[in-house]
Design a protein around this ligand. Sequence first.
Ligand code: 13P
Length: 248
Amino acid sequence: MRVPLIAGNWKMNKTPQEAIQLINELKGLIQNTAAEVAVCPTFVALSDVLKAVEGSSLKVGAQNMYHQDKGAFTGEISPVFLKAMNIEYVILGHSERRQYFGETNEEINKKLAAAFTHNIKPILCVGETLEQREQGITFEVIKEQVQKCLANMHQFDLEELVVAYEPVWAIGTGRTATKEDANEVIAFIRQQLKEVLNEKLSLNIRILYGGSVKSSNIRELMDMPEIDGALVGGASLDVQEFAKIACY
Ligand code: 13P
């Protein structure tokens, strides 16, 4: 049984003070959800958010990390630090990191291995750009991302992997993939997981949809058989809206 996961990716938003306020309000609004709910604040708010979620079922994730444990890597964050704080999830390979910070599938592969080594649950993001969709190469792009990012992972317990399908053209644009399109690509990702990993894992790993998810479209997305949850950007910054999404 794949427990639905609704995760808020706050991106570069919310000071620690604003984050605490949002969590304190959110806790009271999501008591009746059947989904697992997570928030992914910036690094500087993680500590305050961890304290604020205490006593609730809310989970906390980071938005990135480096693949090395320690050393001369100015400005980077180690998986060891995240684990020491008890951070449960880490988003890896978000399209904004690929697009603006040049992250490659090979680097994301190293980060995934580091996350599994330190028992941090990775949320691996994949998705095609508008140009790639218009060229009709969506499935090739997704296949390459899944295969390269998940290469040589057999020594790890991959049950805790989460994948997020985020078509780049749907992120922050107000343009959501149709529920049928999202379901189709997610079914394809599951097929790829079966090929790269194995059938059991492919049936147990949760695959989320992300890209302009709102309270008005979450229900129809969650009704699709392959979609196991959502990675929510802009709408996760508004506590009422995010609570509605979490309680779809
Ligand atoms: P939006 O929900 O703002 O489109 O962002 C999606 C996203 O990138 C989540 O990681």
